[in-house]
Write a protein that binds this ligand. Structure first.
Ligand SMILES: Cc1ncc(C[n+]2csc(CCOP(=O)(O)OP(=O)(O)O)c2C)c(N)n1
Ligand code: SF4
Length: 303
């Protein structure tokens, strides 16, 4: 389906968002489904590709901007969010998408997530959570379940995983959802909703790594394992209930919107514009050089 963009007379279809670069993910990688869901979501939104900036970190999943026709920046491991925030502040009119893996977002980049959430720029953060470091050949990631045997944990990991859903909810993200590529329609709709949410939106995507991931996480098992929150009658405005459901991360595969703030607070970029207006008439005169005694003009004779 395609719709007419209110900002442009053009009508866009999914192929307008697909770049000529051929993905080099392993055949069967969940990330293929994720990029298809993104094409669908962008088509439904109808924003021209040149009005979209797609920022990622480093990892298999972080290759994703290159497979779209949006402006893309495959940045530095764990640094997608700071760069995306800078881009959004510099040009608030851009639609800014941010993507990466669970390692990129919750390991090396983990320190940036709470600050991006509390700053609340209008960004959509898509994490392809495969519970493993795919690009570097299958080491433990921060979301690997306890006991996972990998190249870096031959006898099984001895740590509990990070819970990305609970983490985002606890720091106050206004939109938190979880999707699976096996439910393409649901995932595309969820990404569209996340983009439409006016503030920081987080979508955790259980995107299986077919090469290094656990058998029970693979695409063919997702349809049987997933439980749609909408079918369970979940009230998406109930944050406490969303947090209870999020505790099931790693056990029950809930999909859908966990939480959508019914009264979204102002975004950081709108507060900046407000502050700029407030200060417009109050701009202090250019500072005069001061000498060590605090006298103006550095103590030099005037003229
Ligand atoms: C500063 C830095 N440290 C480590 C690496 C090596 N490295 C690249 S990607 C990656 C982890 C990838 O895992 P994830 O973010 O979960 O993405 P995936 O490949 O699974 O999609 C690591 C450790 C790097 N590129 N830069
Ligand atoms: S290693 Fe895993 S995450 Fe990377 S492309 Fe292959 S299947 Fe996908």
């Amino acid at each position: 389906m395609s719709v007419e963009c209110p900002l442009s007379p053009e009508v866009f279809t999914a192929k307008d968002y697909r770049s000529s670069l051929k993905p080099i993910w392993c055949p069967g990688c969940g990330d293929y489904g994720v990029v298809t869901a993104i094409y669908r979501a962008l088509t439904a939104l109808g924003r021209p590709p040149h009005e979209i900036a797609f920022i990622s970190g480093i990892g298999c999943s972080s290759r994703i901007p290159g497979y779209t026709t949006a402006y893309g920046f495959n940045t530095v491991h764990g640094r997608a969010l700071p760069i995306a925030q800078g881009i959004k502040m510099a040009n608030p009119d851009l639609l800014v998408l941010v993507a990466g893996g669970d390692g990129d977002g919750f390991s090396i980049g983990g320190g940036h997530v709470p600050h991006a959430i509390r700053r609340n720029l209008d960004l959509t953060y898509l994490v392809m959570d495969n519970q493993v470091y795919g690009l570097t050949k299958g080491q433990l990631s921060p979301t690997s379940p306890r006991g996972t045997k990998t190249a870096s944990s031959l006898h099984g990991s001895m740590e509990d995983p990070v819970n990305p859903l609970l983490y985002a909810l606890a720091y106050g993200a206004g939109f938190v959802a979880q999707g699976v590529p096996a439910d393409m329609e649901g995932l595309a709709k969820m990404i569209e909703e996340a983009i439409r949410y006016p503030g920081f939106a987080f979508v955790n995507i259980q995107s299986p790594c077919i090469t290094y991931g656990e058998p029970e996480t693979q695409l063919k098992t997702q349809k049987n394992r997933m439980r749609k929150l909408a079918a369970e009658g979940h009230d998406v405005t109930n944050r406490i209930r969303a947090m209870e459901l999020a505790q099931e991360y790693g056990r029950t595969l809930y999909t859908g919107v966990f939480y959508r703030n019914p009264a979204p607070p102002p975004t950081y970029e709108s507060l900046i514009r407000e502050r700029q207006r407030e200060l417009q008439d109050k701009t202090p005169a250019l500072e005069e050089p001061l000498d060590s005694n605090g006298t103006e003009n550095g103590g030099l004779p005037a003229g």
